[in-house]
Design a protein around this ligand. Structure first.
Ligand SMILES: Nc1ncnc2c1ncn2[C@@H]1O[C@@H]2COP(=O)(O)O[C@H]2[C@H]1O
Length: 492
């Protein structure tokens, strides 16, 4: 790569072409164009604070970022990038410098290295000889057509729309890739031009009164004598019954039917005399026994203090909760743009790609461009996201369903499946076991704990928090709820 382009042999050009497949913006070009570029690109490396492109100056080169990060700024020396908490950053695989090469040939912005950065440089003559200008015109036309279809800009002239087109580029994100850590704080808005994205909220479950109550309700099933102090509610047995019946979305009414029949028989003077125990402190018999805790004694584990009382330290976990999906043609970050700052919901929200192409535009640039008609339409975009407490309740409800579904799948399908092939991998230090993403309330007081991954969120949002995807609690064996499946996989 560091060899002068004119010295490269054919096999070296092919090797460079292969090497550059990791760069998104390069890979997007046709294969012949990629090969042509591999012949002419120069390799360059610069240190932090080096200004690559200066706003207002004439441009001579176009750049692919091979490694490192640069910032795009409005000032001439790029110093604002080091003061701005949210600079516009370009990373490995991105490219820049095309606008200054095309008319009106001056640089529209300054680009400065944020760290030591490696570039592949295409000079002006090669840029035009390889018709890269036409590629960028095609991209711009694509953005123009996307905005033209949007109801939001229906009243705009083509000329005005082109101004918007020049404010951002299309960025591609693969499935599951993080688009923005927090789009509430982001200085940009986004237009999803292809695919979709998910809005997630990271919730510290330990701050929710509902979660606190839920945890203790379940822990009482492990030992219902030691926890009476935690809730001033009906007896634990009562709660146990209520919970166990509710915790599976299946209810067994057979005992009620029997009771009804028994009454009918008594009225008919039948000699039937068996009594079915349905009331009192026991569960309906047909529901069977719960899975017994292996620790019938009081729960001994480290506790932490929360607003509502003590919570086992292990149960102080967080979860990412999906609150919205942004579809193709929709926007991100405009949902409260018209609200006064003191009325805005400032809770951090994460944006994750489900396979998406987005156009990112700085808020202030967008604001300068929009007129009263667009502002009026923006009122329609206002979305109120649910409260953390509501999200927590939803998470726990879905959790019960998910655990139930897994139990059911295990019961109905597992014995029929062939054992899956699990390659033996050498154990690596520091790579967490994905199973640890499930908090198991039955093993809270076990000596050996699974090593949970730690969420390294900036302290201003949350303390380091173990993230879970699900919580398993003491529960009935599903066979007891579905007696026709006495043995897993076999319907009797
Ligand atoms: N908002 C933006 N987002 C990403 N890249 C940009 C943005 N504005 C300008 N650029 C790039 O920064 C470059 C500065 O030099 P050019 O004007 O030649 O080309 C410009 C674009 O490639």
């Amino acid at each position: 790569m560091q060899k002068l382009p004119s010295w490269r042999t054919e096999p070296e050009i092919q090797a460079l072409y292969n090497l550059l497949q990791v760069l998104n913006s390069y890979r997007n070009y046709s294969e012949p164009l990629q090969l042509l570029l591999a012949r002419v690109m120069r390799f360059e490396r610069f240190g932090r604070r080096r200004v690559m492109v200066k706003k207002g100056q004439r441009g001579n080169s176009f750049y692919f970022i091979y490694m490192g990060t640069v910032a795009v700024t409005e000032d001439e020396d790029g110093s604002s990038a080091f003061l701005d908490p949210h600079p516009t950053l370009l990373h490995k695989g991105d490219c820049f410098g095309e606008l200054g090469l095309m008319s009106p040939s001056v640089r529209r912005a300054t680009v400065v290295c944020m760290e030591e950065t490696e570039f592949l440089v295409v000079d002006r003559e090669d840029f035009f000889a390889n018709k890269l200008d036409q590629e960028f015109q095609k991209d711009a036309q694509h953005r123009f057509e996307f905005f033209r279809k949007m109801d939001l800009f229906e009243s705009w002239s083509d000329e005005k729309l082109w101004k918007l087109v020049t404010l951002g580029k299309v960025e591609k994100f693969s499935y599951g890739q993080l688009v923005l850590k927090d789009f509430i704080e982001s200085p940009s808005i986004m237009f999803v031009c292809k695919g979709s994205c998910e809005v997630l909220r990271l919730i510290d479950l330990g701050t929710s009164p509902f979660y606190y109550k839920w945890i203790w309700q379940h822990l009482e099933l492990i030992d219902d004598t030691s926890l009476k102090t935690h809730l001033n509610e009906p007896s634990p047995v009562e709660r146990f019954k209520e919970f166990q019946i509710k915790s599976y979305p299946v209810q067994d009414f057979s005992t009620l039917k029997l009771k009804h029949l028994q009454k009918a028989w008594e009225q008919q003077g039948s000699s039937f005399s068996r009594r079915i125990k349905t009331s009192g402190n026991t569960l309906p018999k047909t529901l069977g026994p719960k899975i017994k805790s292996r620790h019938p004694h009081s729960l001994e584990c480290p506790m932490i203090n929360t607003e509502y009382g003590e919570l086992p330290e292990e149960a102080a976990v967080g979860a990412y909760i999906k609150i919205h999906t942004v579809e193709e043609g929709e926007t991100v970050g405009l949902h409260q743009i018209l609200l006064p700052e003191n009325q805005r919901d400032m809770r951090p929200l994460v944006l994750v790609s489900l396979g998406a192409e987005v156009i990112r535009i700085r808020r202030e640039k967008f604001w300068e461009l929009i007129d009263s008609e667009v502002k009026e339409k923006l009122y329609r975009f206002q979305i109120k996201y649910p409260s953390d407490e509501d999200m927590c309740q939803k998470f726990l409800q879905e959790n019960s369903w998910n655990i139930f579904r897994k139990d059911l799948m295990r019961l109905l399908l597992k014995p029929r499946q062939r054992p899956s092939f699990i390659p033996i991998r050498p154990k690596k230090k520091g790579i967490y076991n994905p199973k640890s993403l499930v908090l198991d309330l039955c093993s809270l007081d076990k000596e050996t704990k699974p090593c949970y991954p730690i969420f390294m969120a900036p302290q201003k949002y949350l303390p380091p928090l173990r993230i879970v995807q699900a919580i398993t609690a003491p529960r009935y064996k599903i066979q007891e709820l579905l007696p026709q499946y006495k043995n897993a996989g076999v319907l009797v």
